[in-house]
Design a protein around this ligand. Sequence first.
Ligand code: TXA
Ligand code: MG
Length: 349
Amino acid sequence: METKLVVVDNETPDAGIIAEAGRILRAGGLVAFPTETVYGLGGDALNPDSSKKIYAAKGRPSDNPLIVHIAEMEALRAICAEIPEEMVQLAEAFWPGPLTMIVPKTDLVPKETTGGLDTVAIRMPDHPAALALIRAAGGYIAAPSANASGRPSPTLAGHVMEDLQGRIEMILDGGEVGIGVESTIVDLTGDVPTILRPGYVTEEMLKRVLGEVQTDPTLMQKVEGGRPKAPGMRYRHYAPKGTMSIVEGETTEVIARINALTDEAAAQGKKTGVLCTEESIAQYRADVVRSLGSRSEMQSIALHLYRALREFDDEGVETIYAESFSRDGFGQAVMNRMLKAAGYTVIQA
Ligand code: TXA
Ligand code: MG
């Protein structure tokens, strides 16, 4: 299959392009598209065959449920068996936006889309082109991140091409995304709303609306026998091909320790990489050194993380050392992804 790559304006998308992409989705085909978080791999969420195709294209285990993307609040009634009060409050505060909510599903949503679960994850993206596409597709697009399973999520259309070219009908290229890590996922099916994946919408932001909110304890550390509740968080996701370690501590000590570790790895014949910041980049001597931006701007760090991990892969880096970041606020989402990429290996400087 030839994959058609089409540039789209994020704010005022061309109606002809959206109509063509919508036709592909209605016919059961797959279209990758930009959102404010990462690129999504879209299929008709109500068509079981489309969901099967999504799993096949990504090489993703089919017990890992997909997120259903909607464009209007009215779309909820047909797919939610219950619309809890918390959902309405959170939608008012954060939709359209980088928040996914899990609620019990109706029979309209096929099990293929939810990985066999009776619940469904739903998000309304804050992205005019994505919203136009959802409407053109009939109102419900199932979309995981548009990466091959096991690779970092795509923040550029070029990343989608790398992973999925020849496997899907179309890619809408809206340039670099805005946020760069996937949406916050909150499970509303239990007694206390629970964050299953941290994102741009933080625990404090959710608490301001709901009062009580908890975070799945397996997200920031390796828990013996613990299993994250979001099936997707169990897989070794976001993993670079090289071995990654995070080095924590006071800045000058971190830099000295990373340089010492890099020298050791180089002496063993390894190709080395360092993940750092604008403030420290000049002080490293690894083969490949990548800055994520200024340490004072967590948004820049988040936006450039996946791209940097892909670049290490492209360069064939075998041993990666990364600076660490604050786990406060949005930093929790960034460190969650970095810890997973590093298999939770943290070295004290
Ligand atoms: O920002 C995002 O959320 C992006 C863009 C494209 O919207 N999408 C995305 O989808 O990150 P994906 O498939 O890569 O991640 C979805 C996560 C997985 O970890 C999955 O296990 C979890 O959501 N999930 C989906 N439905 C669930 C459910 N019913 N119960 C528990 N976890 C669920
Ligand atoms: Mg993903």
